[in-house]
Design a protein around this ligand. Structure first.
Ligand code: GLY
Length: 240
């Protein structure tokens, strides 16, 4: 078996598909390694941002015409039209684009960033795709500003970690109206919010610039506490 090593930067592009037609959402970049500078073990994703400038207009055009369009046409011709979210996991190196993986779902944590910058009637968009009649007029903009999502994880993740530790500060973080804290590995114990997973919370902020979104997201992270809290400090740094 001979394999090619793919160098470059990974990016994720989600296409909402109705079997024939599709719309691409803002390109995002996940951070798979647990440590800053893409070091340490692979995780489910330690943070993401959108739009990711590594996916230039030309690269997105290539992704649409050379990857998504042939997949949809091929599946339609084989009698299995694809209706749903096509997740294209890509390696981008300049103008060169390679597919690393496809998933028939949204990605985590990219979705928290991608949907935060999607100005659309999302329910109408998804319903129209499900009916096989994708309605692009439901979308005003797929990149209304910038979004950054920083994952607050439990120390030890992706290996063993402690659970059941009290979490505080979410209300204070969300006092900033640009911030939304998504729950991933949390639970309620005796009326108290506690950690219940490796990736605990996804702290997402939006802004008019990526730098602003990143700053707000990290400020919100700093207001949230739990004993084993850890996070990467360089989400989106490659794009800044
Ligand atoms: N963020 C990668 C995935 O959802 O598979």
């Amino acid at each position: 078996v001979i394999e090619g090593f793919l160098s470059g930067q990974e990016a994720s592009v989600f296409a909402i598909c109705d079997g024939r037609d599709f719309i691409t959402l803002a390109p995002a970049q996940d951070h798979k390694r647990v440590g800053d500078g893409d070091t340490g073990k692979n995780t489910g994703g330690m943070g993401a941002y959108a739009p990711a400038p590594v996916v230039t207009a030309d690269v997105l055009s290539t992704i649409r015409t050379r990857i998504i369009r042939p997949v949809l046409d091929g599946m339609f011709e084989e009698g299995m039209p694809f209706i749903g979210c096509l997740f294209c996991g890509l390696m981008i190196d300049g103008d060169s684009v390679n597919v690393v993986e496809f998933n028939a779902r949204f990605g985590d944590p990219e979705t928290q960033a991608v949907l935060s910058v999607l100005d659309a009637d999302v329910a109408a968009l998804f319903a129209s795709a499900a009916r096989g009649e994708l309605d692009a007029t439901t979308v005003r903009s797929v990149h209304a500003g910038y979004a950054c999502n920083v994952v607050l994880a439990s120390k030890g993740y992706p290996d063993a970690y402690e659970k059941g530790l009290p979490i505080t500060g979410i209300d204070a973080a969300e006092a900033d109206p640009t911030v939304t804290v998504y729950h991933a590995g949390t639970a309620e114990k005796n009326g108290e919010l506690v950690t219940n997973g490796g990736r605990v919370l996804g702290v997402t902020a939006i802004g008019d610039s990526l730098a602003e979104a990143v700053k707000r997201s990290y400020a919100a992270c700093n207001t949230i506490s739990f004993a084993t809290k850890m996070h990467r400090t360089d989400i989106a740094a490659k794009a800044l």
